[in-house]
Design a protein around this ligand. Structure first.
Ligand code: ADP
Ligand code: MG
Length: 258
């Protein structure tokens, strides 16, 4: 039987009390993610996507609700999932190699072993030859690649990726999208992916969750029925176009109603 409620978000809400004005960022959000799935979260800016990730990552307490991983609550427990923030957050004084292996060395893996683990992945992502460089010597795309590698190498089964490709040009973005789904399939990770790019969500995901304007609530769940492996050519396929029209309609209604 598939592990359908591997990760469960149950009735999660978050209210920020900012002085005399309180902001409800998300309200009563519930969904389940099967083990090994790639699920994207799409929603207008400011609807609480990063807040939801901070809660799942255990960095922020919800005002209500619970998050379960294999049946156990992970609320307030940091370090249960891998998390990549939109900003790459590489340590500027460390080499690319030392940045990528940081998660492993913090877990006590010996440097030499950590580097060996990283080498194959670096090769796959076109980072071979850049091991000894510092982050400022790399392009934005390469830094993003390195941050992604580091997240993949944290050893966590669940990865939260918050708009990881948001700042990249179209070609670099497409290359990285393809690399990511390749590696995801090989490593059998469960990925939650925030984006506001409809095509990106369609090309990568098994399912797309659409959130409403703030306070973010779950508006719709759209299974993406395109076959795998996904290819860039699918972006112009009739199936993808039809799903895109459906998604655009949901999102536009969202903006129109606000
Ligand atoms: P998204 O990632 O979807 O763009 P966020 O989760 O970053 O949205 O923010 C959702 C809302 O919550 C925004 O209105 C934001 O200003 C507010 N917010 C986020 N973090 C805080 C905080 N620490 N204190 C007060 N308000 C916050
Ligand atoms: Mg955000």
């Amino acid at each position: 039987m598939p592990d359908v409620d591997y990760l469960s978000v149950r009735g999660v809400s978050k209210r920020f009390d900012a002085g005399n004005r309180a902001v409800t960022a998300i309200e009563d959000v519930s969904f389940d993610v099967p083990r090994g799935a790639f699920v994207s979260i799409l929603g207008p800016s400011g609807c609480g996507k990063s807040t939801l990730f901070n809660i799942i990552a255990g960095l922020l307490s919800p005002s209500g609700g619970d998050v379960l991983l294999e049946g156990a609550s992970i609320v307030g427990r940091a370090g249960q999932v891998g998390y990549m923030l939109q900003k790459d957050l590489l340590l500027p004084w460390r080499t690319i190699e030392d940045n990528i292996t940081l998660g492993q060395t913090l877990r006590g893996v010996k440097k030499r072993k950590a580097r060996a683990n990283a080498a194959a992945l670096m090769d796959r992502c076109g980072l071979t030859g850049f091991e000894k460089k510092k982050p400022h010597q790399l392009s934005g795309g390469m830094r993003q690649r390195a941050a992604l590698m580091r997240t993949l190498l944290t050893g966590k089964e669940v990865l939260l990726l918050d708009e990881p490709f948001g700042a990249l040009d179209a070609i670099t973005r497409l290359q990285l999208q393809m690399t990511l789904i390749d590696i995801w399939q090989d490593m059998r990770k469960t990925i939650l992916f925030v984006t506001h790019d409809v095509e990106e969500a369609l090309l990568l995901s098994d399912e797309i969750l659409v959130l409403t304007e703030r306070p973010g609530r779950l508006r719709a769940r759209l299974p993406v029925t395109l076959p795998r492996p996904r290819t860039p050519e699918m972006l112009s396929s009739p199936e993808l176009m039809a799903l895109k029209a459906q998604l655009m309609q949901l999102l536009l209604r969202e903006v129109a109603e606000s």
